[in-house]
Design a protein. Structure first.
Length: 278
């Protein structure tokens, strides 16, 4: 019997404690016989980890930042997430695209429509056939070797017939899809479940006060994280069935119980047997 792959993301502002519970959930799935891939964003591949270092530490404008994040995501999807899902594994990812909308969109104030376009381009399903899935290939697109690419139309070396072919080729435009075609939900890879760890920015700041040397996002003021929280709330409102809201202000054990219960209620984990509860 073929096992279906499962993609779960952990989201929340810095200090919400989401990373603490990824390992525990991985163990829970492994205890029930599932193979688990643990990964993170930005990152997850050698190339994406290099881009992560740039994004988290170097000053850059919002568009550059967004492009680097989505470039890392593309590599991550192609080389880690999609292959693992194809093998029937459980993929647990510390942040995914929702974080980009929350941090770059909400926190940094970047254009959400541009982020939406990048999301659809980068996360097309299947990822390996993205351009084909979007309809970028067109029968109007000149094929390799059909014309003479090294000759200019006004070159004395070009024959009249070839010049006519060149002119015809220049007039042909590839047929790119309209934006609404890219909005089809089944064409975009997003998690089946997103666990959103919700915590006030003030409490998160207290938790991070004695943590490691902060990156450029962790060092932002509380108001920045209020905007990030609003960004997450907007994403959750747009896809309510995908999101599960976790009260991260609880104790660690209480948070874990909520994570566990969510996965059991959604049929992703088997509930404990009577013997296990005893």
């Amino acid at each position: 019997m073929t096992t279906t792959g499962l993609f779960i993301s952990f989201e929340g502002i810095d200090g919400a404690g989401k990373s603490t519970h990824i390992g525990a959930l991985a163990q829970a799935f492994q205890a029930q016989g599932r193979v688990v891939t643990l990964t993170r964003e930005p990152g997850g591949t050698p190339l994406a980890e290099k881009l992560r270092t740039l994004v988290l530490n170097d000053a850059m404008d919002p568009l550059t930042e967004a492009l680097l994040i989505f470039a890392a995501r593309r590599d991550h999807l192609l080389n880690v997430i999609e292959p693992a899902l194809a093998r029937g594994e459980v993929v647990l990812c510390d942040r995914f695209t929702d974080a980009t909308f929350a941090y770059q969109g909400g926190g940094r104030g970047f254009d959400l429509e541009v982020l939406s376009i990048l999301e659809r381009w980068v996360q097309a399903v299947p990822a390996l056939g993205a351009c084909r899935a979007w309809g970028v290939e067109s029968e109007n697109w000149p094929q390799r070797g059909q014309f003479l690419p090294d000759l200019q139309p006004n070159s004395s070396a070009i024959r009249q017939k070839d010049g006519e072919k060149w002119t015809a080729a220049a007039d042909l435009q590839p047929t790119f899809p309209k934006p609404d075609r890219l909005l089809e939900a089944n064409m975009v890879r997003n998690p089946a479940l997103t666990l959103l760890f919700e915590l006030s920015p003030e409490m998160a700041a207290e938790r991070l006060a004695d943590a490691r040397v902060p990156d450029k996002f962790e060092a932002q003021p509380v108001e920045f994280f209020r905007s990030v929280v609003r960004g997450y709330a907007a994403r959750a409102a747009a896809s309510p069935a995908r999101f599960a809201h976790i009260d991260a202000a609880q104790t660690r054990d209480q948070v874990w119980q909520q994570v566990w219960a969510t996965c059991v209620q959604r049929g992703l984990l088997k509930p404990p047997t009577a013997a296990e509860r005893a």
